[in-house]
Design a binder for this molecule. Structure first.
Ligand code: C2E
Ligand code: CA
Ligand code: CA
Length: 565
């Protein structure tokens, strides 16, 4: 027996019973309900799902055409047949024109079953097509992995939401989230693992936000959050919540992977008046995130952010990079006991076409605020390895390059550095990376995972400017660091009578098996004192000033020769 749910729109009980009997005889297990008013019909349509509606054409309280249009309101595809005794040919034609699928005379019910069967078949076909269409729409509008709206659907929702916000005089915030760390997951555990992370992350995001908010996936590593009735302050609160939540590492197969995000925020109507613009501005705000330690940034109009001078300088920086105007001076770091050169530190210089040779103080902070810092760092590493490769009897001299915290946000940094090392056939230990002591206070999992990968590669890691700020000694033991560079304020601040701080810093570093380098040594008296305190190495004007590669190479060659002699 095939179950069949039949909605009978019929004033006569007897006629309704006749139809049910006919269908039952043909093998259907009929469930039916009879209605004969518009109200009852609406209720029946609302409450249950029907396979077919069979309607009389003329009823005292109702007529067939009205019944049909009511049915279509609820279900445009439900199979619908008129069964009537009194319908004339004209009315029958009219009925068919309103969209009934068939017409049967009560005097000839033998046609009922074949008609019902043919209608059910057609309805099934329509349903399948509708499902296929919906599936197609889904592909066009939704992300297959997460089922989240994609960029196209988000755009549509943004347009609608902006219209609504305009009418209600409310604001609307859009947050674009750029994720980092997924490559590391798929790199070590395969793309399926990354998919798991994305799905978990989607669930987490959804749970953090309100029902009215939309989470969309814009690209492999990019999501967007649309928050109706939210201004900048609310968006910042949401962004903070999201970035805190992201900071929880994902554990897959016992390994813990940090996934972090940079969030860009733009708000209607302050920053944009239509969907495209809002999305664009939120995306443009992303690179600003992270510069002040927060993982999010609100869009800042160009006129506010870039005073004319700064904007000009940024353009010049880019040109300078393209025209290869950046190079490094090198300053030796020498071993205090043997006098041999431990490393040379690369210090960036900008050979500016009209301002001459600029020092880092004039540009490095600005570079660190732009994406240029990453390619520039890589280029300086590349140059440094080229300039210090074995040549003219001088074997490898390890080079120390300064790394900005921002570069550490790039999960590809270790791979890029490995590439450069390979190109120069340099051992990883030929490279020292100096990172300011701020890294000790930062707990961005992304930066830390970058560091531990670099350490794992065999690159030497040094903490720079240690002791310049607040005491971070307690944080030292948590990182895999090979060298500690004591800031020159601490080195020069120590007098013969009061060097407890310097002494305890050296002892702490030694207890953690680090090599200690004193920076900014300007007098031989300080050098002597450092030797007494068993400081390992020193750097400073009293030893040698930073100088171009050729000059420093000559200095190193000479130094090594006299030490051997
Ligand atoms: P830093 O890493 O602490 O570098 C040491 C700075 O102290 C250098 O200044 C060096 O010239 C100076 N110095 C060396 N010996 C002495 C001394 O005896 N006395 C005094 N008073 N100063 C000494 P420079 O070259 O102007 O670099 C300044 C800062 O700029 C560096 O400080 C570093 O933080 C940053 N920097 C330089 N190159 C790069 C780079 O390629 N990337 C990044 N991210 N930062 C860089
Ligand atoms: Ca340094
Ligand atoms: Ca330093």
């Amino acid at each position: 027996m095939i179950p069949l749910r039949v909605l009978l729109i019929e004033d006569s009980r007897d006629d309704a019973a006749l139809v049910v009997r006919e269908l039952s005889r043909a093998g259907y297990a009929v469930t039916s309900e009879r209605v004969d008013t518009p109200e009852a019909l609406s209720l029946a349509l609302k409450r249950h799902r029907w396979d077919i509606a069979i309607a009389d054409y003329t009823m005292p309280a109702f007529n067939g055409a009205a019944a049909l249009s009511l049915v279509r309101e609820y279900d445009p595809d439900l199979a619908f047949i008129f069964v009537s005794g009194t319908i004339g040919e004209d009315a029958a034609v009219a009925a068919m024109q309103t969209g009934a699928q068939d017409y049967i005379s009560k005097s000839n019910l033998t046609r009922l079953v074949p008609a019902v069967e043919s209608q059910l078949r057609k309805a099934a076909g329509r349903l399948a097509r509708a499902q296929a269409d919906a599936e197609l729409l889904k592909v066009a509008y939704r992300d297959a992995l997460t089922d989240l709206p994609n960029r196209v659907l988000l755009h549509d929702r943004l347009r609608q939401a902006i219209l609504a916000a305009q009418r209600a005089r409310k604001s609307l915030a859009l947050i674009v989230v750029d994720l980092d760390g997924l490559k590391a997951v798929s790199g070590s555990l395969g793309p399926e693992a990354a998919d798991v992370v994305i799905r978990t992350l989607t669930t987490r995001l959804r749970a953090l936000l309100r029902e009215v908010d939309t989470v969309a996936r814009l690209g492999a590593d990019q999501f967007a959050l649309m928050l109706p009735e939210t201004g900048s302050a609310g968006a910042v609160r949401a962004a903070r919540k999201v970035s805190q939540d992201l900071a929880d590492p994902y554990t897959i197969e016992g390994q813990s992977f940090p996934v972090t995000g940079r969030l860009g925020i733009a708000v209607f109507p302050e920053h944009a008046s239509h969907a495209d613009e809002l999305l664009q501005k939120a995306e443009r705000a992303v690179p600003g995130a992270g510069s002040d330690g927060a993982d999010y940034a609100v869009f800042v109009p160009a006129g506010d952010r870039d005073t004319k001078g700064r904007l000009g300088l940024v353009t010049e920086l880019r040109e300078g990079f393209e025209r290869n105007q950046f190079s490094s001076d090198y300053q030796p770091i020498v071993h205090l006991e043997t006098g041999r050169v431990l490393s040379v530190e690369a210090l960036a210089r900008w050979n500016h076409p009209s301002h001459g040779r600029l020092q880092p103080a004039d540009f490095i902070e600005l570079v660190e605020q732009t994406w240029l810092i990453e390619p520039l760092t890589i280029r300086l590493i590349d140059r440094a390895l080229a300039e210090w490769a074995p040549r003219d009897g001088l074997p490898w001299v390890s080079v120390a390059v300064n790394l900005s915290l921002r570069s550490l946000r790039d999960p590809d940094l270790p791979d890029r550095i490995a590439d450069v090392l390979r190109r120069h056939e340099a051992a990883p230990s030929a490279l020292v990376l100096e990172i300011t002591e701020h890294i000790l206070r930062q707990d961005t999992p992304r930066a830390l995972s970058c560091l531990s990968r670099l350490h794992g590669m065999g690159v030497t890691l040094a903490v720079d400017n240690f002791g310049r700020g607040e005491s971070l000694a307690g944080h030292l033991r948590h990182l895999s660091i090979n060298r500690l560079k004591i800031d020159r304020t601490l080195v020069n601040g120590a007098t013969a009578g009061d060097d407890a701080n310097l002494r305890s810093t050296i002892d702490l570093a030694h207890s953690l098996n680090m090599i200690v380098v004193a920076e900014g040594v300007e007098s031989t008296a300080t050098l002597d004192r450092l030797r007494e305190l068993t400081c390992d190495a020193a750097q400073g004007y009293v030893i040698a000033k930073p100088a171009p590669a050729a000059e420093t190479r000559r200095w190193v060659t000479h130094r090594n020769a006299t030490r051997q002699a």
